[in-house]
Design a protein around this ligand. Structure first.
Ligand code: FAD
Length: 573
């Protein structure tokens, strides 16, 4: 890729930042026949885009802010993702436990009036009114069932671990995404395979500007490159202002556009809690009026989140006080289920790139998105705000602005474009079972292994299993992954670091499967594939382990404790 880059001194469009919104804008432009370069100083979807609550949702809560257009757009995009990425985006029944009848009725009125204070606790009438409106807005596609309201007896029958003070519950449907980082890389690969004039490079930072040349630095080797572009798209999320300052013509940086808030999540291995959820997301409010979520995630439980203003995005981590806050919030909704420290198998954090706002209650800051133009030269289209769910609409909006600058008409839409392993993915469980059985037979692997491959790669599973069949292959220490599978991810999915593999191409870290032995084996594969020296391999492993301990609570003792067979690893060996 870097050789191609050297031969490419000029592009029509440069997209800086390969989070989900940058990748989306890149895909939109490539599809219109633009020669476009996408760069990220880290990995694809390596920053905020790997830190969400993993909900693909209309944003019921935004109704309180009076953001009807955002909810309508989010619902449309949610339903499009259920079609276009059906291997990863699946329906999620969501239940709201309710303690009161009438409270919270004025929340929406306050939001519409611009009174940005913490909302009052939501009662049954307010929730019912919100869900009725939500259903009505979703009716265009009717992809999901309508909401249902239950009384106390039925609620406690279905969720006996909710507090006895619960008086009602309401269930509606949204969606969740299993591997958001993988969907990003699948989109990148779709684009570069289909469009020879599109190039995407991770670990390549925009570091400076020299006249009309934009200077790029390889974050792994320090090598420098330069490129000129007719238009730049600044899709750097929480770093939009920083990159604008770097690229500003004559050093005149534009007014700040973003103001980030940090959010953290925990992944729990607690069988009682998993059972208590009864297959639903529980969407509940903390005593401070913030909405929290807890739902079953790949055999574990995902719990979040916090919402804390940060002045500078930098590197964020889930701090101990946040762990305490999140666990405390869980105790309000499932008071009889204690969580032991060792049941926190992973923690993660990210900075929401929100539009700049003076609002005192962070939950009231808009999750909407818009583009701002910095005139240049070169003109810079800045992507401000947004959420995961709406990446397609936001990418299209930014691309349209860039196309107008380039004077190129739009010729294709992504609205019905299937993504990666979602192409040809079966529409029902029977079709999925047939796909698994067919792959098991074709590649002489167990049905468990074929099922894991389908869950991770959708209809690309055959490609991965074919690669593994043609290589020396064995189980990756106690994880459910195989060594050839890791090799595949390095060769075909641009993984360049241990974190790329363990935290974004696979679910090793987030599901708590990552063990000390698995890190060592993965480092050996990366060293072999990428030609690392023995010293470089040792340094990479040391740095990665230090980061896991510092940012994700995974100490050496925890990783070593996982160095033993589990039912998961046995199932897939
Ligand atoms: C706690 C939390 C929970 C969330 N939950 C949800 C949810 O459930 N559903 C939902 O729809 N949304 C959710 N979101 C929002 C969603 O995750 C974000 O809106 C989205 O990921 C932002 O993507 P982005 O591409 O704009 O930014 P990012 O993913 O942050 O990408 C910006 C990229 O720019 C790169 N960059 C920065 N500087 C440079 C440079 N100089 N050169 C090159 N590259 C550079 C960075 O490395 C980074 O990869 C959540 C966010 C958080 C934090």
């Amino acid at each position: 890729m870097l050789d191609e880059l050297k031969a490419l001194p000029r592009v029509q469009a440069l997209v800086v930042g390969a989070g989900i919104n940058g990748i989306s804008a890149f895909r939109e432009l490539a599809l219109q026949g633009i020669d476009v370069l996408l760069v990220d100083r880290g990995d694809f979807c390596g920053a905020c885009s790997s830190a969400p609550s993993r909900m693909i949702h209309g944003g019921l809560r935004y109704l309180e802010n009076g953001e009807l257009a955002l909810v309508r757009e989010s619902l449309r995009e949610r339903d499009a993702l259920l079609r276009n990425a059906s291997h990863m985006v699946r329906p999620l029944p969501t239940t709201v436990p309710i303690q009161h009848v009438f409270s919270g009725l004025l929340n929406a009125a306050y939001g519409v009036l611009g009174l940005r204070t913490a909302p009052a606790e939501r009662g049954a009438v307010a929730v019912k009114a919100g869900l009725t409106l939500y259903d009505r807005m979703a009716r265009e596609h009717r992809a999901m069932p309508r909401h249902a309201l239950r009384g106390r007896t039925e609620t406690l029958r279905l969720w006996p671990d909710l507090p006895p003070t619960v008086r009602f519950s309401a269930t509606y449907h949204d969606a969740w995404i299993s591997f958001p980082e993988r969907l990003g890389i699948e989109m990148v690969n779709d684009v570069v395979e289909a469009h020879p004039r599109a190039l995407a490079v991770n670990h390549l930072a925009v570091t400076d500007r020299d006249g009309d040349r934009i200077l790029l630095t390889d974050a792994l080797t320090g090598a420098g490159f330069a490129v000129t572009a007719d238009v730049v798209l600044n899709a750097t999320g929480a770093w939009v202002d920083e990159v604008n300052a770097l690229l500003a013509a004559d050093g005149a940086a534009p007014e700040p556009m973003v103001g980030g808030t940090k959010g953290s999540h925990l992944i729990l291995d607690n069988a009682a809690l998993l059972r208590a959820l009864n297959g639903h997301m529980i969407y509940f409010e903390n005593v401070d009026g913030r909405v929290c979520i807890v739902f079953p995630y790949l055999g574990r439980v995902l719990l979040g989140s916090t919402d804390i203003r940060v002045e500078r995005p930098g590197e964020v981590r889930c701090e101990d006080e946040e762990v305490a806050y999140i666990l405390k919030s869980l105790s309000y909704v499932f008071p009889g289920i204690p969580i032991a420290a060792e049941q926190i198998v992973y923690r993660y954090s990210g900075v929401r790139p929100l539009p700049r706002s003076a609002t005192s209650f962070t939950g009231r800051i808009s999750r909407d998105h818009f583009v701002e133009l910095v005139p240049g030269p070169p003109p810079i289209v800045c992507l401000v705000g947004g959420k995961w769910t709406t990446f397609r609409a936001f990418g299209a909006q930014a691309a349209d602005r860039a196309l107008a600058i380039l004077g190129v008409p739009r010729v294709a839409s992504t609205e019905n474009l299937r993504i990666g392993g979602g192409v040809g993915f079966p529409i029902d469980a029977a079709g999925e079972a047939a796909l698994v059985a067919g792959l098991a037979a074709e590649f002489s692997v167990t049905e468990a292994r074929a099922a894991h491959a389908v869950a991770r790669y959708g209809t690309d599973a055959g490609r991965v299993l074919a690669f593994c069949r043609d290589q020396a292959d064995s189980a990756l220490a106690y994880t459910g992954y195989s060594t050839a599978e890791i090799r595949y991810l390095v060769r075909r999915e641009h993984a360049r670091t241990l974190a790329d593999v363990a935290q974004r191409r696979t679910s090793l870290a987030i599901t708590g499967a990552l063990s000390s032995a698995a890190i060592a084996e993965t480092a050996a594969i990366l060293a072999d594939e990428l030609g690392w020296s023995p010293e470089a391999a040792v340094a990479a492993e040391r740095d990665f382990r230090a980061r896991l301990a510092r940012d994700h609570g995974l100490t050496e003792a925890i990783l070593a404790e996982r160095d033993r067979p589990t039912t998961r690893s046995l199932a897939c060996a």
